[in-house]
Design a protein around this ligand. Structure first.
Ligand code: BGC
Length: 409
């Protein structure tokens, strides 16, 4: 038996996002889910459109206490969730006090259970009024976003010390809405992709400054941003390796490279290896690995080590804000978590300042364009009855959370 101990004070938890778990949202995603074009497309693919409508999701908007009881039972001491902008500001400039009171209760519920809240301010969804104004292509988008952020932070500041402005905005969101357009998209194309990224960068910087202002030095607050990073392997071919490293740099570091004064920590979401650009595949230095079939992603635990090492050059603390597997049978989840945690531990030994690990996700949830198919949860959801059932692997993860160490044979 070998024990890999994590640093004292290391945070252990899990993550969710509003639209994926709350239920009954009314935003640009729900509009898209129900649009005739989307339904026709799904039917053409032979799919049942009702599996792709978020609807009640996990009904966590009402059941969050039950969910946090489970997180506590599983020895978690941090939880990442997101605030649904469309609930807070359903109409432009009109803030809903009931909605903010809900999130105040939610934060309190976490604190009462000894769980630190990590709050994401934007996780892929927008109010309808904002989308109708062109969304992130509108040059005023940064100001709209910052006004919402100020309202939220003013009302939650006493109990929250960890904020994330954007989730995967530059990679996954910009790519899926503006390049491949497999997500709700208005205004597709490379120019719009770049325009969107520029506006989101500005929005982040404005929001970062605003949050710092709200706390006005009196509190300890850390404001970060979360990005999705993939590991891209080198090949024996010099040019292929050059191209792949360039791709890795542009994809993984776009934001972090240019904006170092404007984030206090990095949120890393890591799921898989990516072999793009495809050129050079024959001489690849990393063998093929097992696939996460529900997402068609190639699992490569060592990749998280390389990604962490790469990110350490920015000299900021790192939280792993997402890492997880869609595995309805729960056959691979324990191995997946332990495999990745070994490489996180190794990165820490090699000097990377990793502060916490948040498994994606606490619950099975609405997986965006994939609908309710993929099952990422430590907890299984029966979508007909909304019953929660803790999966066996969750108890294995709970042991790690409790002892602050990974034990392997
Ligand atoms: C997102 C989550 C999503 C997960 C699995 C990340 O890209 O932040 O919302 O559920 O990956 O696909």
């Amino acid at each position: 038996m070998v024990n890999y101990r994590f640093p004292d004070g290391f945070k252990w938890g899990s993550a969710t996002s509003a639209h994926q778990v709350e239920g009954d949202n009314h935003n640009d995603w729900t509009e898209w889910e129900k649009s005739s074009a989307r339904i026709a497309q799904l039917k053409k693919e032979g799919k049942d459109p009702s599996d792709f409508i978020s609807g009640k999701a996990c009904n966590s908007y009402n059941r969050y206490e039950e969910d946090f009881d489970i997180a506590k039972k599983l020895n978690q001491n941090i939880h990442r969730f997101s605030i649904e902008w469309s609930r807070i500001e359903p109409e432009e400039g009109k803030f809903d006090f009931e909605a903010i009171k809900h999130y105040q209760r939610l934060v309190k519920a976490l604190r009462d259970r000894g769980i630190e809240p990590m709050v994401t301010l934007w996780h892929f969804t927008n109010p309808i009024w904002f989308a109708e104004k062109g969304g992130w292509l509108n040059t005023k988008a940064p100001e709209y976003f910052t006004r919402y952020v100020k309202y939220v932070v003013d009302n939650l500041k006493d109990r929250v010390g960890l904020w994330i402005t954007f989730n995967e905005a530059f990679t996954v969101y910009a790519g899926y809405t503006k390049l491949s357009a497999i997500w709700p998209s208005r205004g597709r194309g490379v120019l719009n992709f770049l325009r969107m990224r520029r506006n989101i960068t500005r929005a982040h910087i404005l929001a970062y400054r605003e949050i710092k202002k709200v706390y006005s030095m009196s509190h300890n607050v850390m404001v970060g941003i979360t990005e999705n990073n993939v590991y891209v392997p080198d090949t024996k071919n010099f040019w292929a390796t050059w191209l792949r490293r360039l791709y890795r740099k542009l994809r993984n570091f776009y934001f972090f490279d240019r904006n170092t004064p404007h984030y206090d920590f990095i949120g890393l979401n890591y799921y898989h290896i990516s072999r793009k650009p495809f050129f050079g595949e024959k001489g690849e230095l990393v063998q093929r690995h097992e696939f996460m079939k529900e997402m068609n992603w190639e699992i490569y635990p060592e990749g998280i080590y390389h990604v962490l090492k790469d990110l350490s050059k920015f000299k900021k603390p790192i939280f792993i804000t997402e890492n997880g597997i869609a595995d309805r049978t729960d056959q691979l989840r324990e191995k997946f978590i332990k495999g990745h945690l070994y490489w996180v531990w190794k990165a820490i030994q090699d000097g990377v300042d990793v502060r916490g690990y948040l498994y994606w996700s606490l619950l099975d949830n609405f997986e965006w364009a994939h609908g309710f198919g993929p099952r990422f949860g430590l907890v299984e959801i029966n979508y007909a009855t909304l019953e929660r059932k803790i999966r066996p692997s969750a108890y294995e993860y709970a042991k790690i959370c409790l002892t602050n160490q990974l034990e392997t044979d």
